[in-house]
Each structure stands twice: as C-alpha cells, then as structure tokens.
Design a protein around this ligand. Structure first.
Ligand code: ATP
Length: 358
C-alpha cells in the first residue's frame, strides 16, 4: 500500500529522515513508534503530501507521489488536536468534505449518518461541536476523515490529549473500526503500549531511521537491539560471554546464571568481539515459593526492592554473583506470600525466554 524507498528529508542542515525503506501492507494497522523528535510525524506527513522529501521515493498504491499534492492523494489525516469547527454542528463537521460532492443532499445526509454510526455518535448530528467532550470530538474528526473513503487513514497521535481511561477505550474502538472499514491505518505514537495493543506491525524509529520493523510480539520478544528492547517495555541486561557456537546452538556463560545453550534465533546483532549482553523481560523470571510449579532452571538472590502495583508486584533481586539487581514482575495471586527487602529468593528462569545482544 505504501512503499518508502530510501527516503531522506533535510530541514536546512538538519537530517530528519535518514534513509527510510519499508513497506506498509494494504489493510494493515501500522504504527510509527519512537521518542519525541525521531521523525515519525515527518514521515507520516510525507505520505500525506504535507511534507516534500529531499531524495528517495514514497509510493502509495503503487504510484510515485512525487509532485502529487495532498488533496490529490488517496490519504486522509486525523490530527492530535481535533481539527473540527466548533461553530458548526456535528453533522456539518462530518459532511464538510462533501461540499463539492455531486451527490444529492439526501445521499450526503445518509453518508453522514453512516459515518456517525461507525464512530459511535449516532444521534449526535445536531449537537454543536463545541459542546462535545474530547473523546467525542476525536470521533467527529474520525468520521469526517472516513466519509471521504480514503485508502489510507493517517493518525497523528490522535489519542494523546485524552485521559488514560478514555484513551484505552478509544484504542479498542479504533481497532474495531479499522477491522470494520478494512482500510490501511497508519498511527503515529510515542506510547509503546498503545502501539503494541493496536498494531499489526510497528516501525520503531530513532533519530530519523527505522531501527526495527516487525509485528508486536517479535518486537517484544525478539528486539534486534538493546535500544529497541529498552524502548519497548522493560528489559534486564546482564553481561555474558559466548563460550561456544555450533549451527544449532550458542553456548553462553552469564554471571549468576551459569553456562547454558540458546538457539541461534535468540541471538541479535552481528558478530563483535565486544562483550555480549543477555536480556530478560521481567515477567520471564519468577520467584519460586514452596509449592510453586517447577521452573526450567533456578538461581538465587536477595530482594532489594518490592513495588506493589495492584495486579502485579515488582521485585528487584540481586542474583548471587551479579552486580546489579534484575527486575522480576509477578502477577499477584490471592494467598501468595510476599517477600520483604533483604529476604533470600529462589529465582526461576528459562533459557528459551532470553535474548542475547552482541
Ligand atoms: P514528536 O513526537 O515530538 O512530534 P516526531 O518523532 O514526530 O516527534 P518530527 O516532528 O517528525 O518528530 O520531527 C523530527 C525532527 O525534525 C525534530 O528534530 C524536529 O525538530 C525537526 N523538524 C520538524 N519539522 C521541522 C521544520 N518544519 N523545520 C525544521 N525542523 C523541523
């Protein structure tokens, strides 16, 4: 649906996009995720045609967009600030883009009604737009974009102004809406959780480059660098050495965890002679209590911190023989004993759950 071919963008001397290459598939919910200033909005705007590119090519539906103005592209954009007209009614806002449409007034009114129903605003047509809540305004903006039947809907942090509860609700609704209309959605967000929850695939961007483009599970379980791993949630890093290698397995020696073998698919990055690092997500480690299900492997440590989160407890545990604590997250189950700071803990882990960066 969208293809970037070695896209570069300069603002004066500033190199904002540094060779973006990648493909977004038709009907996909795709997210551009990265920290502030990494270039995700700029990249989105190059699709919309609001931003020219310095070199390379952006193709939409197989067509090179060079020289095609924004209003002639099969794309439409929903902005962070709900760009709706406060002095118009909801239906006037939604029908705004149909002003020059040759259809009859009755047909247009039907289209407006359908669009409002799609975003959950059936019956709100006569309301004044300024009298709506933030979430409702964002729905109006969505309906207004969808009524034009774009092939691609571009969403620039559309939920960032909403409070947490509302944002989570709108995330679910957007997913449903995208499945229902079946068009390609491209979302810009700096919120990792939002991207993981909503996307079929995600491009993680740092400093004008795509660091990794993959589905949420691959990004989470097999991040291709420490930087991506750290940006997508929490990961524990421990120094390790590669002590042997065959085509089928890689033998590792990691402080506190001893010697063990992993699969080559768990190894990220090219071969370097620098020290390697193993990465564990906090939930892949577990504290073993009397009566716990047996774990693949076991090590031991001392609890340094306990943080209660309601459904979860985080334990920071210094594994024997290591210098820094690892974070272990445990789901709180009724009746589970709680360990205090300073207590000894048995730690269960599995070699299949970690990644090796080198
Ligand atoms: P945020 O989440 O903060 O919006 P972003 O990843 O979307 O960040 P962009 O808005 O794409 O980042 O900006 C990328 C870089 O390009 C930033 O360093 C920004 O300052 C710079 N930039 C963006 N627009 C312009 C412009 N019109 N002129 C000069 N520099 C710009």
């Amino acid at each position: 649906m969208i293809e970037f071919r070695d896209v570069h963008k300069y603002y004066g001397d500033y190199h904002a996009l540094r060779g973006i290459t990648g493909t977004i598939r038709p009907g996909e919910f795709f997210s551009l995720l990265g920290p502030s200033g990494c270039g995700k909005t700029t990249l989105l705007r190059t699709i919309a045609g609001f931003e020219g590119i310095s070199s390379g090519a952006v193709l939409v539906d197989g067509r090179d967009m060079a020289g095609v103005p924004a209003n002639k592209r099969p794309t439409n954009m929903v902005f962070q600030s709900y760009a709706i007209f406060p002095h118009l009614s909801v239906e006037e806002n939604v029908g705004f883009g149909l002003r020059k449409d040759p259809r009859s007034a009755a047909d247009k009114a039907r289209a407006v009604g359908e669009a409002l129903e799609m975003v959950g605003l059936k019956g709100y047509g006569k309301r004044a737009a300024h009298a709506l809540s933030g979430g409702q305004r964002q729905r109006v903006a969505l309906a207004r974009a969808l009524i034009l039947k774009p092939k691609v809907l571009l969403l620039d942090e559309p939920l960032s102004a909403l409070d947490k509860k509302m944002r989570e609700q709108m995330q679910m609704e957007l997913i449903k809406l995208q499945r229902q209309v079946g068009i390609t959605f491209i979302l810009v967000t700096h919120d990792q959780e939002e991207a993981l929850v909503m996307s079929d695939r995600i491009a993680v961007m740092f400093e004008g480059e795509i660091a990794q483009l993959a589905d949420p599970e691959t990004l989470y379980r097999r991040p291709n660098s420490r930087k991506v791993a750290d940006f997508i949630g929490t990961m524990n890093f421990l120094p390790a050495k590669v002590v042997g290698e065959t085509g089928e397995s890689v033998e590792i020696d990691a402080a506190g965890f001893g010697r063990f073998a992993i699969a080559p698919s768990q190894v990220m990055g090219g071969k370097t002679n620098e020290g390697a690092t193993v990465g564990f997500r906090p939930e892949t480690l577990t504290i073993l209590f009397d009566g716990s299900a047996p774990s693949d492997r076991e090590t031991a440590g001392t609890i340094e911190e306990v943080v209660y989160f309601g459904d979860m407890t985080y334990y920071d545990v210094r594994i024997d023989g290591t210098e820094t604590a690892v974070r272990i997250s445990m789901r709180n189950v009724f009746g589970r004993p709680v360990l205090d700071i300073g207590a000894r803990a048995r730690v269960g882990w599995s070699a299949g759950a970690l990644v090796l960066f080198r």
